[in-house]
Design a protein around this ligand. Structure first.
Ligand code: CA
Length: 223
């Protein structure tokens, strides 16, 4: 999952990036609204954390512009204490949730997780498809109730495919959403992860290969 952080307070931006990366997300950080808009147009994010008080282009204008351009990823806004009107303006501009500074990183992570889940149509933190369960809070996967030991990247591949279950996901898209820019972007790596994942998920086989296009999550078995 790839997340955009737009925050001009450098210390807070660094903390956000560190926590989000530690939680397994790919993160791009911008220090002003214009840079945030550049990133927002450049990549298809799974969510964004946007401070409302930003230089060059303020948070409200940034969100309004992104929404006008049909960028629909979930947005969590950060507001200053005592500025309750900001929350209203942020939500009216198209934000999905807000946090007032100062906040606990654990709360930010929980809210982001919930936003991305709901955007993917899942009300519960545990995604269930047939005999497969994926717990987005604990980052645990079970098949027929038995815990499956996955590496962090195998988990991320499965989570991303489940979150986007209604469509085909290309290897390029998986790479963009799961790896930092400095990671060696080799689509063969994705094939290796998917291959290992399939083995570990047996006897079910929820990941279909769509020739020339990518992968599609589907638990139904075809005869
Ligand atoms: Ca600020």
């Amino acid at each position: 999952m790839r997340i955009l952080v737009v925050e001009d307070e450098q210390i807070l931006q660094d903390q956000l990036v560190e926590k989000l990366k530690h939680a397994g997300y790919v993160v791009d950080a911008a220090g002003d609204g214009e840079e945030g808009l550049y990133y927002g147009r450049e990549y298809d994010y799974d969510a964004a954390v946007i401070d409302l008080g930003l230089p060059k282009l303020d948070g409200i204008d940034l969100i309004t512009t992104l929404r006008n351009e049909k960028r629909s990823f979930p947005v969590l806004v950060l507001t200053a204490r005592g500025h309750w009107q900001d929350k209203v303006h942020g939500l009216e501009a198209g934000a999905d949730d807000y946090l007032t500074k100062p906040f606990q990183m654990e709360e930010l992570l929980a809210r982001l997780n919930a936003l991305m889940r709901r955007a993917a149509g899942h009300a519960s933190p545990v995604l269930r498809e047939g005999e497969l369960q994926l717990d987005t809070a604990k980052k645990e996967v079970r098949v027929e109730d038995a815990l499956v030991e996955l590496t962090a990247y195998e988990y991320k591949v499965l989570e991303y495919l489940m979150m986007n279950a209604s469509r085909v996901v290309s290897k390029t898209e998986l790479t963009e959403h799961l790896y930092d820019q400095d990671f060696d972007r080799d689509s063969n790596v994705i094939e290796v992860f998917v291959g290992r994942l399939r083995k570990k998920l047996e006897p079910i086989n929820p990941i279909r290969t769509v020739r020339g296009q990518g992968y599609r999550f589907n638990v139904e078995t075809t005869a």
